[in-house]
Write a protein that binds this ligand. Structure first.
Ligand SMILES: NC(=O)c1ccc[n+]([C@@H]2O[C@H](COP(=O)([O-])OP(=O)(O)OC[C@H]3O[C@@H](n4cnc5c(N)ncnc54)[C@H](O)[C@@H]3O)[C@@H](O)[C@H]2O)c1
Length: 470
C-alpha cells in the first residue's frame, strides 16, 4: 500500500523519533516499535475487510456499517452463503456492496491483498494469528476476536509482527466497554476503591446446546468450538473476565502478570446434559473439566481469580469484581458496591446510592455514545462502543486502548492454565510480552470520543444525538 504525503511525513517523523507518543513508546531497536501508546497516521476513511461472517461476524458488519467514515470494502467467509448474507446486511444498511471472497480455506488472502486499512478477524480461534500476522505483514492494521491467540508461540508472533510492521493488533475485547466495567474503571482511576488488592473475572455461560448444534443459524461452523473443548483442559476463554480487570490493574502498563496456578474440576455437567439432551455426546472422552479456576499473581502484588465454565446449569456471569483498600465492586449476579466510608464497607450501597454513584462516575465514553450504542446494539451496546472507539482512534491517529501486548498477555492464560492443570496446579511463569517496557508504559487513561469527528451514516434514523465531550 503506498503512503500518501500526510502518511509519509508522519511515518518519517515517527522513524526520526519526532512524534511524541503516549506511553513509554519509542523505538526499542531500529526495527522494532513499542506498540504501547503507538499512534499510526490518521486515516480519513477507514477501509475495512472483514473475515468470518458467522454468528459474530454478521454483527460486526451491521455495527461498522453505521459509521459514516468506515467503508467495508471486502467480505470473506469460507462459506459462500455467509458472504451472501453479509453482503445483504451491508446493502440493507445503505452501503455499497463489498468485494467478496469465499470457497476455499485461503480465500481470505485475496481480501488481505486489497487496499485496506483494517482487517477485522472474526473466525475460529486457530485462524486468528495466521490471518492477523499475514495482514500486518501486508501493511494492514488488525482487529482480532477473542482470544487473539491459543499458544504462547502465537502470542509472541503477534507481538513481534506488530512491533516490526508498526501495525496495530487489537484484540476485540468488547467487555472492556460494557457500562459497569467502564464505570468501575473510572472509579478505580478516581481512587474510589483505594489501592486494588484483588480482582475476579469469569466466563460462566452454559453453551451445551450451542456447542453441539451441528448446523443452521445458531451453530458454530463445523462445530469448531466443540472440538476446542476436547483435550484442552484449562481456561479456554479468559479474556472477557480478565480484560476489564487487567486494565484496572495496569497490566503491561506499570504492572504485569507474574505467575499463575490453575485447577479444573472433573467433567460431569456436559456429560449429564448430553445424557438428557443429546446422547450422541454422552460418551465424549477427554472433555475439559467443567469449572476451571486460575489464580494469577501480579508483579505489584495483586491476585486475580479467573474462572471458566461453559457446561454447568447456572446463570451467565463474568463476575467482574474489584477489591481495594477502600471498597469493592462486583457486577454479577447483580451490580454491587460497598465503600469503606459507608458503614466501613460492611453493607452494600442501596439502589438509590448505587444510582448516585453511577451518575457521578459514569465513564465519559458511555456518557458520550452510550445512548446511541444501546440503540445500535451488540451485547447491549458495548460492542458498538468498542467498534466506534476503535475507528475513532484510527481516524484521528490516536493510540488504541488495547494493544498487542494486551492481546498476547490476556490470551496467554489459555495455554498457561492448560499447562498448570496438566501439572497438578503447579506454578507457571507468565511471559512478559512487553520485554520490560511495562515498567515505564503509561497506564490507560479515561478516554473519550468527539462524535462530531466521527458521524454516523444516518444519524436521524437511529436517534443519534451528541452529548457533551469532556
Ligand atoms: N467478543 C465476543 O463477545 C464474542 C462473541 C462470540 C464469538 N466471539 C468470537 O468470534 C469468533 C467467531 O465466533 P462465531 O461465534 O462467529 O463462530 P462461527 O462459527 O459462527 O463463525 C466463524 C466463521 O468463520 C468462518 N470461517 C472458518 N474458516 C474460515 C476461513 N478459512 N476463511 C474464512 N472464513 C472462515 C466460518 O465459515 C464461520 O462463518 C471466535 O473467535 C469467537 O471466540 C466473540
Amino acid at each position: 500500500m503506498s503512503l500518501n504525503r500526510k502518511e509519509f511525513l508522519w511515518a518519517s517523523a515517527l522513524a526520526a523519533g519526532a512524534v511524541p507518543m503516549t506511553g513509554s513508546a519509542g523505538l526499542f531497536r531500529s526495527n522494532r516499535q513499542n506498540m504501547c501508546g503507538f499512534a499510526a497516521p490518521p486515516i480519513d476513511k477507514v477501509r475495512v475487510g472483514i473475515i468470518g461472517l458467522g454468528m459474530r461476524g454478521a454483527g460486526a458488519v451491521q455495527r461498522l456499517s453505521k459509521i459514516r467514515d468506515v467503508e467495508i470494502v471486502a467480505l470473506c467467509d469460507l462459506l459462500e452463503e455467509k458472504v451472501v448474507r453479509g453482503q445483504k446486511l451491508l446493502v440493507n444498511a445503505g452501503r455499497n456492496p463489498a468485494k467478496v471472497f469465499s470457497g476455499t480455506e485461503e480465500a481470505w488472502k485475496g481480501l488481505v491483498a486489497l487496499d485496506l486499512d483494517l482487517v477485522y478477524i472474526v473466525t475460529p480461534w486457530r485462524l486468528h494469528v495466521p490471518m492477523a500476522v499475514h495482514a500486518m505483514k501486508n501493511g494492514k492494521h488488525t482487529a482480532v476476536e477473542v482470544p487473539a491467540s491459543v499458544t504462547i508461540e502465537e502470542s509472541w508472533e503477534l507481538v513481534e509482527t506488530s512491533e516490526k510492521t508498526g501495525k496495530h493488533c487489537m484484540m476485540l475485547e468488547n467487555c472492556c466497554y460494557d457500562f459497569f466495567e467502564l464505570q468501575t474503571f473510572n472509579m478505580v482511576r478516581q481512587g474510589v476503591f483505594g489501592e486494588l488488592t484483588h480482582a475476579e473475572g469469569a466466563y460462566i455461560h452454559n453453551l451445551c446446546t450451542l456447542i453441539t448444534n451441528e448446523r443452521g443459524q445458531g451453530s458454530y461452523q463445523g462445530q469448531w468450538r466443540l472440538s476446542q473443548n476436547i483435550g484442552r483442559n484449562g481456561n479456554l476463554y479468559p479474556t472477557h473476565g480478565l480484560g476489564p480487570v487487567s486494565q484496572c490493574l495496569d497490566i503491561n502498563r506499570g504492572n504485569k502478570y507474574d505467575h499463575l496456578v490453575s485447577m479444573s474440576s472433573q467433567e460431569a455437567a456436559f456429560s449429564e446434559w448430553a445424557r438428557g439432551n443429546n446422547k450422541k455426546y454422552a460418551g465424549i472422552e477427554n472433555y475439559r473439566g467443567d469449572m476451571n479456576t486460575t489464580l494469577i499473581k501480579c508483579a505489584k502484588g495483586q491476585t486475580i481469580m479467573i474462572q471458566h465454565d461453559v457446561s454447568s446449569p447456572r446463570p451467565y456471569s463474568r463476575i467482574h469484581m474489584l477489591q481495594g483498600t477502600k471498597g469493592i465492586a462486583r457486577k454479577y449476579p447483580e451490580q454491587r458496591i460497598a465503600l469503606a466510608n459507608h458503614h466501613h464497607g460492611h453493607t452494600w450501597l442501596n439502589s438509590a446510592e448505587m444510582k448516585a454513584v453511577a451518575a457521578k462516575y459514569e465513564h465519559p465514553l458511555s456518557r458520550t455514545i452510550g445512548t446511541i450504542a444501546k440503540k445500535v446494539g451488540g451485547h447491549g451496546g458495548m460492542d458498538f462502543i468498542m467498534d466506534y472507539r476503535l475507528i475513532y482512534c484510527l481516524k484521528n491517529g490516536l493510540p488504541l486502548d488495547q494493544d498487542v501486548y494486551d492481546a498476547a498477555a490476556w490470551s496467554s492464560i489459555v495455554p498457561l492454565s492448560i499447562e498448570s492443570v496438566a501439572q497438578k496446579g503447579w506454578t507457571v511463569e507468565i511471559p512478559d510480552f512487553t520485554r520490560g517496557a511495562w515498567k515505564t508504559n503509561t497506564p490507560l487513561g479515561i478516554v473519550d470520543v468527539d462524535p462530531t469527528k466521527l458521524p454516523l451514516l444516518n444519524a436521524k434514523n437511529i436517534g443519534y444525538q451528541t452529548h457533551g465531550v469532556t
